[in-house]
Design a protein around this ligand. Structure first.
Ligand code: TRP
Length: 411
C-alpha cells in the first residue's frame, strides 16, 4: 500500500516493495527485489542473449550499466533490434520531471545511458521536461517549474547530447505551439477510462483532474506522429524509452492504447534505482541534501558525504572486518562503484578483496571519492559552458539531421 492508501502496482499484490512514479521504498537493505518486480510488471529480464545480440548488431561492447544489470528489464527490445538490423529508423524518448534545481547523480544515470544509446545507434532523441506534472504534484508555481525545466536542460545538455540529433521540450512551452502534441494527447485520453488510471496509478476521488489526465501527456511522445517536424509526418517510426522502472506504469498504459490508435507500442529499457547514501531501502531524494551526491557538490562535500553518510557493509571493527569480510550487497559505496567505475577488472578485484576482509571500507570509499570528484568536476565544467542560447537551440521545434522519406505504404 502506498501513502494514498492504495496499491498502485497491481491490485492484490502482497509484496512489500513500493515502486510507482511517486514512491520507491522497501524494507530490505539489499534494496528492491527487481526479479519480483519483473514478474509483477510483466516485463522481461535483460539476459545474456539479448546483450550479445546488441553487441553483434552494433559491433561494440555494451555500456557497463547494461553489462552490470543496472538496466535490467525490457519490453520489446528485440523489435528495436529487428528494425535496426534492417537499417530501418527508430528514435529514443526519455524525460525528467523538473522539481528542483539541484540534480543529483541518480538523475543523471538515465541520461548518461541515453547518450550512449544515441552515440551507438545514431538515432534522434526527444527529451520531455514535465514542468506541467511538477506544477500539478508539487507546491510550485508554473513559472517556477518552467524555469526549473530550463535550468535542468543545462545539466542534461552537459551530458554531451548532440544538438543535431536531440530535441528537448518543456510541456508548458511545446504544448502551446504544437497541434500534433495536443492531438496525440486527445487521442490517448479518449481511450483511457478513469477506472483504468485508478488501477494503474492509484489515483483517488480527491486527486485533481490535472493529475488524472497527465499520464496521456507523458504517453504522447512515445508516438512519432507527435513530432511532424522531426519525422516529416511519418507515424510508423518505433520508439525506445530508457527510464527507471518506476516510470513503467505510464508506458504500460501507453502500450495498452497504442494498437487502438493504430500506433506502434514503444519499447522500453528499465533501470534499477540509484540508492540513497543511507542505503538501498529508498532512492535518492533531491530534498535531502545528505542523501545524495549533487552535480553541484564540491570535491570537499563529496569526500565528506561519502565518508560520513555512505552506508557501509563492512565490519564494525577492523578485527571483525578482517575476520568476516564486507557485504557488497548492502554497501552503498560498492554499489556506487558499479554505477561509475568503468574498469571491470578493478571492480571485480574490489568486490573480492572487500568480501574477504582484505580491503577496508576506508580504502573502498577513497576510490569512490576519486571517481566521483572527477565525474562531478567534469560535469561542472561542461555545465558552466552551456549558455541560455544553447538551451534555446535544443528546445527549438525543428527537423533534426535525419531524413524520413514517406512510408512505403503511402507510396
Ligand atoms: N515523469 C518523469 C519524472 O518525474 C519525467 C518523464 C517524462 C520521463 N517522460 C519521461 C522519464 C520518459 C522517463 C521517460 O521524472
Amino acid at each position: 500500500m502506498n501513502k494514498n492508501g492504495s496499491n498502485v502496482d497491481q491490485p492484490g499484490a502482497d509484496e512489500e516493495d513500493i515502486v510507482n512514479p511517486w514512491e520507491v521504498s522497501t524494507h530490505s537493505a539489499k534494496g528492491v527485489d527487481y526479479d519480483k518486480l519483473i514478474t509483477r510488471f510483466g516485463s522481461t529480464k535483460i539476459d545474456d542473449v539479448l546483450i550479445q545480440r546488441i553487441e553483434k548488431a552494433t559491433g561494440k561492447p555494451v555500456h557497463h550499466l547494461l553489462r552490470r544489470g543496472i538496466f535490467f528489464s525490457q519490453r520489446d527490445m528485440e523489435m528495436i533490434l529487428d528494425v535496426y538490423e534492417k537499417k530501418q529508423p527508430f528514435y529514443l524518448y526519455t524525460g525528467r520531471g523538473p522539481s528542483s534545481e539541484a540534480m543529483h547523480m541518480g538523475h543523471l544515470i538515465p541520461f548518461i545511458f541515453t547518450k550512449w544509446l544515441q552515440d551507438t545507434f545514431d538515432v534522434p532523441l526527444v527529451i520531455q521536461l514535465t514542468d506541467d506534472e511538477k506544477f500539478l504534484w508539487k507546491d510550485l508555481t508554473l513559472d517556477e517549474t518552467n524555469h526549473l525545466a530550463f535550468e535542468n536542460a543545462k545539466d542534461i545538455i552537459a551530458c554531451g547530447f548532440d544538438v543535431e540529433k536531440t530535441f528537448i521540450f518543456s510541456d508548458l512551452d511545446f504544448l502551446t505551439n504544437s497541434p500534433a502534441f495536443y492531438r496525440t494527447i486527445c487521442r490517448i485520453q479518449k481511450l483511457v477510462t478513469y477506472n483504468q488510471v485508478k488501477g494503474i496509478f492509484g489515483f483517488s476521488d480527491s486527486d485533481s483532474i490535472g493529475k488524472i489526465s497527465f499520464p496521456a501527456i507523458q504517453a504522447a511522445p512515445s508516438f512519432s506522429c507527435m513530432f511532424p517536424e522531426i519525422f516529416s509526418g511519418r507515424t510508423d517510426i518505433p520508439c525506445l524509452i530508457p527510464c527507471a522502472i518506476d516510470q513503467d506504469p505510464y508506458f504500460r498504459m501507453t502500450r495498452d492504447v497504442a494498437p487502438r490508435m493504430g500506433c506502434l507500442k514503444p519499447a522500453l529499457l528499465h533501470s534499477t534505482f540509484f540508492p540513497a547514501l543511507q542505503g538501498a531501502q529508498t532512492k535518492m531524494s533531491a530534498s535531502d541534501p545528505n542523501s545524495s551526491i549533487f552535480v553541484t557538490d564540491t570535491d570537499k562535500q563529496i569526500k565528506e558525504k561519502i565518508n560520513k553518510y555512505a552506508f557501509s557493509g563492512g565490519g564494525a571493527t577492523v578485527e571483525e572486518h578482517k575476520a568476516k569480510g564486507g557485504n557488497c550487497e548492502i554497501d552503498v559505496s560498492y554499489q556506487y562503484l558499479t554505477f561509475f567505475m568503468e574498469d571491470d577488472k578493478r571492480l571485480e578485484e574490489i568486490r573480492k578483496t572487500y568480501a574477504s576482509g582484505e580491503l577496508m571500507t576506508g580504502s573502498l570509499k577513497m576510490e569512490l571519492i576519486e571517481i566521483l570528484q572527477k565525474l562531478v568536476g567534469e560535469h561542472r565544467e561542461r555545465r558552466a559552458e552551456v549558455t541560455d542560447d544553447m538551451v534555446r537551440q535544443f528546445m527549438k521545434p525543428r527537423k533534426l539531421k535525419y531524413d524520413y522519406p514517406p512510408a512505403e505504404s503511402k507510396k
